[in-house]
Design a binder for this molecule. Structure first.
Ligand SMILES: [Zn+2]
Length: 258
């Protein structure tokens, strides 16, 4: 496989605010260039673009500092997904980037530096971010199939990294609200039920395969030595994956009754 890398600028990184500073997304007086707004969502240029040869932007999702996808009102979450996907498509359509990615960090182990809920849309001038994807990681033990009410959900049997990783997919963008609902349910499951509430961090990674849209919901823990050293992935025993599947099914059934 070709070795691909992003060059990181430490001089810019050292100026970045942290959670100890006044929150720049609450304060909003020193945001980067604002690209668009809708309700209280703001699409802005990242003021601290630490990656060379890329265009880094953020969606500040809400004025609620302690908010999260796991906790937004249903309609607010639908609006957020619509806005994120619109802006992702817009950056792709401008034609300046070889590839454009959409993802989201939440919590101290997710790679995010600020608590205030935000998503990232980043364009790479020369790098194809999608060149090394293995389609096997997007399938696995099925929790539910796609229907009028639900997105398809599975637990990866070949996770990108280790342990549990959920795949949520819809066959085309008409199902975006269903995707938003399932991702919301899984984010809540990851933070509050999974690992007895000991998981503080997760990522959302978004992908498109022609019409199909997939979101990976990835609980985050410290990266294992096996993974770094040898590229070996740790996967739970099937009976544990089946127990997780059953817990999520119960949660889905409860939601359907509401
Ligand atoms: Zn804030």
């Amino acid at each position: 496989m070709t070795y691909r890398k992003l060059i990181f600028n430490t001089a810019i990184a050292s100026q970045k605010p942290s959670n100890k500073d006044v929150c720049p997304f609450c304060d909003q007086t020193e945001l980067g260039k604002i690209l668009d707004t809708k309700k209280d969502m703001i699409w802005v240029e990242n003021k601290f673009p630490v990656l060379q040869d890329s265009y880094q932007t953020l969606i500040i999702e809400s004025s609620w500092h302690d908010g999260d996808i796991s906790a937004y009102d249903l309609t607010v979450n639908h609006q957020l997904f619509t806005f994120m996907f619109e802006k992702w498509a817009e950056l792709e359509a401008c034609g300046k980037y070889h590839s454009v990615v959409l993802f989201r960090n939440f919590g101290p182990l997710s790679g995010g530096s600020l608590r205030h809920p935000h998503s990232q849309i980043v364009g790479f001038k020369d790098v194809d971010a999608y060149a090394a994807l293995d389609r096997r990681t997007f399938d696995g033990l099925e929790i539910c199939g796609e229907s009028e009410e639900e997105a398809k959900i599975s637990i990866s049997l070949y996770p990108l990294q280790d342990f549990t990783e959920f795949n949520v997919s819809i066959s085309n963008s008409k199902g975006l609200n269903r995707l938003a609902d399932s991702v919301q349910l899984l984010s809540d499951y990851v933070l509050n039920d999974f690992a007895q509430g000991r998981c503080s961090s997760y990522n959302l990674f978004f992908y498109r395969f022609e019409e199909e849209i997939c979101c990976k919901v990835v609980p985050r823990f410290v990266t294992s030595a096996y993974g770094i050293a040898y590229g070996l992935h740790q996967v739970n025993q099937l009976k544990r994956l089946e127990a997780i599947r059953d817990e999520v099914r119960i949660k889905l059934a409860k939601k359907a009754k509401q």
